[in-house]
Design a protein around this ligand. Sequence first.
Ligand code: AFD
Ligand code: MN
Ligand code: MN
Length: 416
Amino acid sequence: MSDIDKTAYDVLVDKISRRGVEVEKVKQRLKTQRIETPSWGYADSGTRFGPYKQAGSAVTIQEKIADAAQVHKFTGIAPTVAVHVLWDFPNGLADCETLAEYAGSLGISIGAVNPNVFQDRDYAFGSITNENPAVRKRAVDHMIDSIEIAKKLGSNVLSLWFADGTDYPGQGDFRRRKHYAEECLATVYKAMPAEMRMLIEYKPFEPAFYHTDFADWGMSYCFATKLGPNAHVLVDLGHHFNGQNIEHIVAFLIDEGRLGGFHFNNHKYADDDLTAGSINPYELFLIYNEIVKAEEEWIDPARPTNPPIAFMIDQAHVTKAKIDAMIQTVMQIQTAYAKAMLVDRKKLYEAQLAQDVVTAEMCLQEAFLTDVEPLLRRVREEMGLAPNPLEAFRASGYWEKVSKERGIRSGAGLGA
Ligand code: AFD
Ligand code: MN
Ligand code: MN
């Protein structure tokens, strides 16, 4: 039968089978892919020039969870929501009483718990690196309270980001601040239950303009390895200087068994929190190429195995409709994963050994340039989902209903 007579799916299956890729295994892995969405992505956000309010944006944690449940309902692979302690639980533990059950009633659960030690003005000169021991203690106590909240919510991931840093040379002592941070992290680490993981995020710039105390992957790695086996590095794609090779950082951390998770987004100039893959889809593919390689290659018992990776989105869309953009992001990440599984790894390995640069590069490019839509549509149909999650959500009438009920409001969080 000529390619013209076959469906797009059959033509795709033929093509990728010729690369030695087992399509049924790819489909199964796509069905079990898991992406976590952030509660703060459903609420109003903004820029440093002010909040940008949209009619219908979620305000309460219950509304955020209801919106997140829509993303999972139509994509089938977003069953957990990351929460932000002060933005979602302004009254702390009291706000969490029935939340796990509520999320469960909507078919989702709570994922990472993010303490907030960067918004209160007490932290203007640092949280766990502050010269004032009372401020350091306040930050540590908040993180320990966040551990209690995580236990209440059934979460095993404590996700830490510190805005600590200075704006001018001389303002702070790098090494004394590092010692304060090590001491505080050790106290928090010891307070975690055995099954909990600490993810330590890094960011080289903003809001501090001269230095940040957790500036790059190496510093987070160093803090994590001093703490113990349950502390890992969190890679936020927007937290690198332009041109940095993030897929190399990812490969290195996987090889050291310390890649704890991602905050997916994309950037053009800074930490823009744009939709993943919207500016540089090839970078997202190359990152997933390292993840897929690590999933597939024989595990060398002599080397550390990487813990389960938390694939989380960290975006707070300003100009896009919130739930549309979150579904779009999940679809972008799904596409990157599907393409990365289509690499002819045998041919790539042989080309690398032979120093055949063009063939090796073409192995990646031909996978990246493969239209995987027919495969994704088939996977969704086999999962009992609409072939296009975004179109299906838009046709559902959910947003028309809630945006009319909610209107434009003020609330907690980024866009308060
Ligand atoms: C900001 C920070 C960082 C953090 C996120 C949620 O840059 O990425 O993970 O807020 O707290 O984007
Ligand atoms: Mn982040
Ligand atoms: Mn960020």
